[in-house]
Design a protein around this ligand. Structure first.
Ligand SMILES: Nc1ncnc2c1ncn2[C@@H]1O[C@H](COP(=O)(O)OP(=O)(O)OP(=O)(O)O)[C@@H](O)[C@H]1O
Length: 591
């Protein structure tokens, strides 16, 4: 992804076109709203015209000797017409704002949905490369920028452009001489504002970075507060914070210099230019080149020109920010999803084999995690994987699930090469009971249903019964409707495992991947979990990363992994009598 620094440095039309393409399905609301925007922006230009007629026009008429009653009647007529124009403008404005919000938010929801749908389908290595917190924060921030642009900046840009062009035309119509004088001063002001603005922005970014750095000191100290206290390093941390605050202060002082000069300059040059133009206008009036009405019209339209020019830097910088945001989002959308739908459909029977499988993680190409793994499992067999930490047991599971492809060798299901199979069908035939069960925010019922979305309540309850979960669920006052997960009721480790088992029972897979929990359960809980697992494993091929002696004893075959290779395989008795790595493992690790 492009870095943050690149954000805000340029503007391209590609991103805008991409965002606007999401407006297409909503064009029946969007286009009329856009039209309404131009109409209201145009109508807004009528306001200074009426004001000029009211002020300048009345004064001039009185001077020309028109009777007061006629002038007042004329003023009444003008006011009522103006009120009419304002009412029309307000009404169109009402529908425009509503229309923009309706079409804009609907388009944004489509974009959010597409992005999430695409993210879900990206290959696992993508998520390993990007820290999940950073990725979701980045995507949310970018979507926020796109929203801000679509809902505020774009309408603003359209409106200000109409105002600017319209007002410039009006001041030229009023007095081209005075307009030329005014416009001649604009390039200087704009150039100066642009240069000074860039300097100020540069300083404020440096200040933000310096402040963020001091924030890191707080974060680190708070996170490791126990260590800070144990080493009595409070003063050291205080010093560290103080010096980062000092750095921040120095940076802000430099920024203050730029900001103060900028402001002083703006006050002098901008208001000086206004004063100069007014002086010229007054002279022209005295010399009879300009009427009061024209002069007041000129001033009012000049205010509009100034206001829309003043809004431009903000619009431009927001457009640049949007370019950065859309570039990153489009880059994600451009990444290839893991499944391209070309694989052969399959209905698994449960045979699995690894033939000389070699594998390295893309993020650590120097480490051979699997270095020629061979094994074969027949349908319905129970296989236990054992081995020291880091031997590659979880990696075997990741490869079976198709998260990664082997670098060399072949993984097959029922004799078919895994790389030619349809990933979705393959994963549908496999269920995982992980070591740490993640529950989603929602009810117990929904959490079990996750195994097979659309299952009936009866099927879910039946699965919970087989998983020995029904009883504890029923003891809760809200039963299956108990809310669990991040903000709900906490469940014990054993209970969470039984929920995961119920999920797997509901999924009814041919192949089961089970990562046995290392943390000890109490005897009763372990009995309930084991009983549930036994029921789950009947008639299915199961591969278990085993941490308990009872599991390996019951396995049809034990694979001992060591440094990415299967170094021993056989039953518990066979391997014990062989007296190799397995025997050592049993004595040291398997409890
Ligand atoms: N996503 C990853 N990126 C890079 N290296 C990884 C990744 N996951 C695991 N590894 C490395 O691969 C090796 C095997 O890891 P794996 O998790 O398969 O071992 P394990 O046998 O399951 O260990 P444990 O019993 O401790 O869970 C380890 O050295 C680990 O550091």
């Amino acid at each position: 992804m492009p870095s943050d620094e690149e954000k805000g440095s340029r503007f391209s039309l590609g991103g805008l076109r991409w965002v606007l393409s999401y407006q297409k399905p909503h064009r029946r609301i969007f286009l009329p709203s856009l039209l309404a925007l131009f109409v209201t922006a145009g109508l807004a230009l009528a306001f200074p015209w009426f004001m000029k007629e009211l002020f300048g026009g009345t004064v001039a008429k009185l001077r020309e000797g028109v009777p007061a009653a006629t002038v007042i009647a004329e003023a009444d007529r003008l006011i009522f017409t103006l009120l009419g124009v304002l009412a029309v403008q307000a009404m169109i404005g009402f529908f425009r704002v509503q229309g923009f919000i309706r079409s804009g938010e609907a388009a944004l929801n489509d974009l959010r949905r597409d992005l999430f749908r695409h993210l879900l389908r990206l290959p696992v290595p993508f998520f390993q490369e990007h820290r999940s917190g950073a990725l979701s924060n980045r995507v949310s921030a970018d979507l926020g920028t796109v929203r801000e642009t679509l809902m505020t900046t774009l309408p603003q840009a359209a409106r200000q452009s109409v105002t600017l062009v319209g007002s410039v035309v009006m001041i030229f119509v009023t007095s081209w001489k005075l307009s030329l004088a005014m416009l001649a001063s604009i390039p200087f002001v704009v150039l100066a504002v642009a240069i000074a603005g860039r300097k100020v922005r540069g300083h404020s970014k440096a200040a933000q970075d310096a402040l963020a750095e001091s924030g890191t000191v707080i974060e680190e100290s708070v996170q490791a507060i126990a260590d800070v206290k144990a080493f009595t390093n409070e003063e050291f941390e205080e010093q560290r914070y103080q010096s980062s605050l000092d750095r921040f202060y120095q940076v802000t002082l430099r920024g203050a210099m730029a900001r103060a000069s900028f402001l002083a300059f703006v006050i002098f040059v901008m208001f000086g230019a206004i004063a100069g133009v007014t002086w010229l206008g007054v002279r022209m009036m005295v010399e009879g080149d300009l009427t009061e009405k024209q002069f007041s019209g000129f001033i009012l339209y000049s205010v509009f020109v100034g206001a829309s020019l003043g809004a431009m830097p903000e619009i431009v910088s927001q457009m640049q920010a949007m370019t950065g945001a859309t570039d990153r989002l489009r880059e994600i959308m451009g990444l290839k999803p893991e499944r391209d739908g070309r694989g052969e459909p399959i209905s698994l029977r449960g045979a699995v084999s690894f033939e000389n499988v070699h594998f390295r993680y893309p993020s650590r190409p120097d480490q051979a995690v699997l270095a020629g793994v061979n094994f074969a499992v027949t349908p319905g067999q129970r296989i236990a994987l054992v081995g020291p930490s880091g031997a590659g047991k979880s990696t075997v599971f990741s490869l079976l699930l198709g998260y990664y492809r082997p670098e060399q060798g072949r993984i097959s299901f029922d004799g078919c090469d895994a790389s030619s199979l349809d990933l979705q069908a393959l994963r549908e035939g496999i269920a995982v009971v992980p070591q740490e069960v993640m529950l989603f925010g929602g009810t117990i019922l929904e959490n079990i249903e996750y195994g097979r979305p659309g299952a009936t309540r009866d099927e879910i309850v039946e699965a919970a019964k087989l998983a020995n979960a029904h009883e504890f669920i029923e003891t809760r006052p809200e039963g299956y409707e108990t809310v669990v997960g991040p903000r709900g009721v906490k469940l014990s480790g054993g209970q969470r495992q039984r929920i995961a088992i119920a999920r797997a029972i509901l999924a009814d897979p041919r192949i089961l991947l089970l990562d046995e929990a290392t943390s000890a359960l109490d005897a009763e809980s372990e009995r309930l979990v084991n009983e549930a697992l036994d029921r789950l494993m009947v008639g299915r091929t199961s591969l278990v990363i085993a941490h308990r002696l009872s599991t390996v004893r019951n396995a049809d075959c034990i694979l001992v992994l060591h440094q990415g290779r299967v170094v021993e395989q056989g039953t518990h008795e066979e391997l014990m009598s062989a007296g190799g790595t397995y025997q050592v493992l049993v004595q040291t690790q398997l409890g």
